[in-house]
Design a protein around this ligand. Sequence first.
Ligand code: HAM
Length: 420
Amino acid sequence: MSEDARGLGAPKGTRDILPPESWGWQDVLRLAMDTFAAAGYAPIETPAFEHTEVFERGVGATSEVVGKQMYTFRDRGNRSLTLRPEGTAPVMRAVLEHNLHRGPLPVKLSYAGPMFRQERPQKGRYRQFFQVGIEAIGSDDPRVDAEIIEVGSRFYRAAGVETRLLLNSIGHLDPSCRQGYVKLLVGYLEDNESSLAPEDRERIQTNPLRTFDSKEATTKTVMEEAPLISDHLCSACRGHFEAVTGLLAEVGVPFTLEPRLVRGLDYYTRTAFEWVASGLGSQDAVGGGGRYDGLSESLGGPPLPGIGIAPGLDRIMLARSAAVAPRSPVQVYVVAVGEAAKPASFGLATSLRAAGVGTELDLMGRSIKGQMKDAARSGARWAAILGDDEISSGTVMLKDLDSGEQETMPVEQLRSRVGS
Ligand code: HAM
């Protein structure tokens, strides 16, 4: 029934992920977590909601995410809680709460889960979306930046997504570095205020760096001539960035320097980056990340540098080449010929499953033709056909659904035959 017919559908900006797309979804999710695990990132689960303060202090009150997009509510105990709009501040909160930073460093963690932002829905932009991510906390060594970025790039390649990596350094919060640059930028924006789009004028004082992200043509023209952070980094940040780009070049990770890349969350320092894919329209960032050397302190923790990435699964699925067919986990479909074969086919399917062979069988009392059709739907490679003759002789007829070839064999042989 359509949403109109029932009057009840998934809430605006949310969606259901249905088969067969959901198979591909799980494949990509598994691939991400395996890729992260192979680089030593251990899974962490944090709650889907946090105290609102975690995001206000962590992500930053001047960011659009915190200012305009959070699902914040009071629970029955009158606590202000927020559905997580991102995963980094919660991971840092958990690290500090459980003193993981007192153990071996860096703390390397991976996560996967739904995030919530009340944005205007459009292609590739949802109010509930799914991120996978990794965070490395406790080291400011440029090799950590390079590792995180390399792992991310390898994941996109393995997932069949062609991306371009946009890379920048936005310096650290210090008068000798970003603070000095921001003063310069504010001066430039004030001088050109009348040429900025009205909504961008407000940003001059609240979040001047974000004017680089404006979609307004007039602002874009102004920003073409704006001073760039890359020309005003302190020598320590410049050295750090040169080390990161050098390491990436050494291991063959392609990147494009993008001096106007600023990112939307306030916690970023130094290395900042995004992976973009073509064919997605304006929502083309399939993932992003960066360093957040001040986040721990914003949450009341000790100085503790960190860096991470969060690929967005929804956009990855949109960008993934259509040629990547989802894999069906069902290998065998058991076909029952006649009433008497029904219990035996149920028994055979059960024993195959117990042996780790993905198996389906008819549950609707279909004709043989109907069962063969359902076998094709299941994605199974083989049909195992059981009738009176087979049951009495302890055999099964195995049909290869790709080639059409069939052979009769003792039931005990079936498992090794389809497992090969
Ligand atoms: P972010 O750039 O806000 O970064 O989000 C990362 C990715 O999540 C985006 O590139 C995009 O693929 C996906 N995404 C974000 N919003 C939406 C949406 N409304 N609909 C669909 N997909 C979306 C972060 O969240 C940081 N926590 C990343 C990070 C990890 N930085 C350091 N560590």
